[in-house]
Design a protein around this ligand. Structure first.
Ligand SMILES: Nc1nc2c(ncn2[C@@H]2O[C@H](COP(=O)(O)OP(=O)(O)OP(=O)(O)O)[C@@H](O)[C@H]2O)c(=O)[nH]1
Length: 443
């Protein structure tokens, strides 16, 4: 693997270079973005570019954009190296088009990440094939036919052995002989792959069938084989079909990654990295149902910065943004894993806390208030007001709230907390107002 490393910090560059070399990579190191771009334009061929976030002559995004414009490198993987592991930065880097983000860390922590990154890139380029074939002659013929593609071929003799390998390693394609000895034949293996509940269910499968095995061939296709090749194999035909299937799998994975990223973005607030209110809409009704069924308390809190408009007016919008980021971090430190914390909008945050009695909920709100008041945010002493609504429903065992009902109850609970917040503001701010109710309106 050939790597272009672009990092202006000499010491950090030397560490990375050492680690990459110890993983067997050929490293071309540059201190400036322009030097790296020039080398690529002059014909330097690399498989991967690693770019530090801060370069003296250009931003990492600018470098990425220009690498993409260089004819050789339109789809070259470009990885951002950064010491900042904040989620918003990661998301914006991926959104900007970086292939991955690598967290700069101490060498012993960095080494395994770097190794995994190189491994992923190598797998990505070469393709890994699992061949499930009991005939040594066919296995040898396949390996020989695929050698020019530079793909790695792992060989399993039996279907159950193939299933074990699929659990342990990543493959881009399974080639399976329809007829295999043992309880699980090629057909059985195919069914086992297609009935999985994870991404592997879509793994491309190419069937080897005998020329006269028409019925089995059709059955393989019915059960979800993507393609077949008849024996004796024609090397050119096999290579063409394998390349197509591996390309299809790559594309599918790319679409999945983008989809996962979009899903994450859809529920993430870009400024603070907290979830946004859509996650509350998603998770809230489940908490409502549980509370409703078991008669367990469920607490909603609405938390709002006091006089935040003055911060923007007096110190500027950027400082205001910094306040929101630091506030989000402080709140994050205070919540339990089962609590839902979201930026509800503007300078307002919402929390949903299951199973807290009124006294504990009030104590918790008070701790949140103090956590803000006692330490400055972005250098400014600020306060928050918090409206708390503790809902203590009577148990209704067996009575399941419908999805619509649960959503309406959640909205009612938030309205109740919002009203308490309004009272906290009216009573002078920097305080918590707690309402304890046994019913909430469906809103
Ligand atoms: N910097 C920054 N400001 C924001 C953001 N979202 C909302 N705001 C500002 O938040 C301020 C909210 O002002 P108000 O609703 O008047 O409330 P307030 O000044 O905090 O006063 P009280 O809530 O009554 O204590 C407005 O100035 C908005 O522009 C944001 O993402 N960044």
């Amino acid at each position: 693997m050939r790597v272009a490393l672009v990092d202006s910090n000499g010491a950090a560059r030397a560490v990375m270079q050492g680690l990459l070399r110890s993983e067997g990579a050929e490293v071309h190191a540059f201190a400036h973005g322009e030097e790296a771009l020039q080398a690529l334009a002059d014909g330097l061929r690399v498989d991967l570019v690693l770019v530090s976030r801060h370069l003296p002559d250009m931003g990492a995004l600018e470098l990425l954009r220009r690498v993409r414009q260089t004819p050789c490198c339109a789809v070259l993987p470009v990885v951002l190296i950064t010491g900042d592991d904040a989620e918003p930065l990661r998301l914006s880097a991926l959104e900007g088009g970086f292939t991955e983000v690598l967290l700069r860390a101490a060498p012993d922590q960095l080494a395994p990440h770097l190794r995994a990154l190189l491994r992923r890139q190598i797998d990505q380029q070469r393709g890994r094939i699992l061949l499930v074939e009991d005939s040594p002659a066919m296995a040898a013929a396949t390996a020989e036919a695929l050698a020019p593609l530079g793909m790695e071929v792992e060989h399993a003799l039996r279907a159950h052995e193939a299933l074990e390998r699929l659990e342990q390693q990543a493959f881009d394609l399974v080639i399976v002989d329809v007829v295999l000895p043992g309880a699980l034949t090629g057909l059985g293996l195919l069914s086992a792959i297609r009935s999985r509940r994870d991404d592997l269910a879509e793994l491309p499968v190419l069937a080897y069938t005998g020329y006269d095995e028409r019925v089995r061939r059709v059955e393989m296709l019915r059960r979800g084989a993507n393609d077949y090749v008849t024996k004796p194999i024609d090397a050119d035909e096999l290579r063409a079909r394998v390349s197509n299937l591996v390309r299809y799998w790559r594309l599918l994975q790319q679409v999945r990654r983008q989809h996962a990223l979009m899903m994450r973005q859809a529920v993430t607030d870009a400024l603070t990295g907290l979830h946004n209110r859509y996650l509350l809409d998603e998770l809230g009704p489940r908490h409502v149902r549980r509370a409703w069924r078991g008669g367990e308390p469920l607490t909603a809190m609405m938390l709002d910065l006091d006089h935040f408009k003055d911060v923007n007016d007096q110190h500027g919008h950027d400082r205001g943004d910094q306040v929101l980021r630091e506030l989000a971090q402080r709140l994050r430190e205070q919540v339990r894993p089962e609590d839902v914390l979201v930026r509800y909008g503007g300078e307002e945050f919402a929390l949903l806390l299951p199973r807290l009695g009124p006294a504990v909920a009030e104590g918790h709100a008070e701790r949140l208030r103090q956590a803000v008041a006692q330490r400055p945010l972005a250098g400014l002493t600020l306060t928050v007001s918090i409206g708390v609504c503790v809902w203590q429903p009577a148990p209704s065992p067996g009575a399941a709230a419908s999805a619509e009902d649960a959503a309406a109850l959640l909205r009612g609970l938030l309205v109740c907390a919002d009203r308490a917040l309004y009272r906290a503001k009216g009573a002078g701010r920097n305080r918590c107002v707690v309402d304890v109710v046994d019913t909430v309106p469906r809103v």
